[in-house]
Structures are given as structure tokens and as C-alpha cells.
Ligand binder design. Structure first.
Ligand SMILES: [Zn+2]
Length: 190
């Protein structure tokens, strides 16, 4: 796994600022290249977590379940980076699953969302990755991942559309096969 060299990244940011004609010696900008480099590293940190290690870690956190009641964690706020423009996507992530023999605490689901959000990404892939990862950990009867995303690349540039929200729904297993279950789930959302 490549570890980013923040000094090198800060140098590149300095060049970008110079190219923009900015006064890089000014008080406001002096530390900006290093701050920007560190921000980019932080916002992509999920990509540097090895999936097999995450799987082992979360599998160990599972508990035994005897019931098949739907588990929902709604409105997890995460920020990712659009891989086309390197601009933030502000996401609200909802995860639901129907346990078979194992369950995972709600805070763990939020952490999983974070690992997959903080990457260079597109929203469909993020939703799909979260669903597949949860399937591998709890082996549920079904899993659903919904992501509502506000894309800064659409809001701050190009079409400058400040209102649209991109919605992605990924439904696997029972959620895909059973329409009544899918409706029950969608009706339960606030
Ligand atoms: Zn974009």
C-alpha cells in the first residue's frame, strides 16, 4: 500500500498556487500547501486500509443473533472525494440488513461507511462496496445501502446546480427479491 509523501504533495500544491498567480508568501497561503496535502491524505485514508484486515477486524466484532429483524442505521454523514474533480461529495448513508446468524453494532456500520466513503470515488461504487463488505461480514439474508450525495463538482463549477441530490440505492438478497420487504424498509425511513 502506497504511503503518501505529504512533503512532495505540498510542493505540488505550491506549484498549483503559483500557476494560479497566488502570492504564496502571503500570511494566509504560507502554510496552505501542507494543509491542503494533509487534507487530501485524510480525505482518502479509507483507500489505504487493507480490505482483508478490515474484514478480520469486523468479523471479530460480530455477535450471535437468533432473530431476523431488520437492522437499520440511517443518515450516516460522510464526506468522500469525487474521482473526476477531486471535489467533496457530502453523503448521507443509510445501511439496512436482515440478520441470519450474526449481527454487528450500529457504530460498526457507521465505521464501515467511513472506510468506504473516504476514498477517490463515485457514489455507485461506494454503495456497492459497502453492501458487499457487509455481506462478507455478517452473511445476512439481505442488505441495502442508500446514499444521498451532494456533489461539490456540480454545485461549485460546471452547471452550478446547488440543489440536486444524487440518490443511489443498492439492494441485495432478500431486499432485491422481496418487494414487500423493500417497501417496508423504504417506508420506515424518515
Ligand atoms: Zn465530479
Amino acid at each position: 500500500m502506497k504511503i503518501p509523501n505529504v512533503e512532495k504533495m505540498a510542493e505540488y500544491y505550491t506549484r498549483i498556487l503559483e500557476e494560479l498567480g497566488a502570492d504564496i508568501e502571503s500570511e494566509g497561503l504560507r502554510e496552505t500547501p501542507m494543509r491542503a496535502a494533509k487534507a487530501l491524505v485524510e480525505m482518502t485514508e479509507g483507500a489505504r486500509m487493507a480490505t482483508d484486515k478490515l474484514l478480520t477486524m469486523f468479523k471479530a466484532e460480530c455477535q450471535t443473533s437468533v432473530c431476523h429483524d431488520m437492522v437499520i442505521v440511517e443518515g450516516i454523514k460522510e464526506t468522500g472525494l469525487c474521482e473526476h474533480h477531486l471535489l467533496p461529495i457530502l453523503m448521507s448513508i443509510t445501511i439496512a440488513y436482515i440478520p441470519d446468524k450474526k449481527i454487528l453494532g450500529l457504530s460498526k456500520l457507521s465505521r464501515i461507511a467511513g472506510y468506504f466513503a473516504r476514498r477517490l470515488q463515485n457514489q455507485e461504487r461506494t454503495a456497492h462496496s459497502i453492501a458487499v463488505f457487509i455481506e462478507q461480514i455478517v452473511e445476512p439474508l439481505g442488505v441495502a445501502v442508500l446514499i444521498d450525495g451532494k456533489h461539490m463538482c456540480a454545485m461549485a463549477r460546471g452547471v452550478r446546480d446547488t440543489h440536486s441530490i444524487m440518490k443511489v440505492n443498492v439492494m441485495h438478497g432478500a431486499f432485491q427479491k422481496d418487494q414487500a420487504l423493500r417497501e417496508e424498509f423504504l417506508n420506515r425511513l424518515a
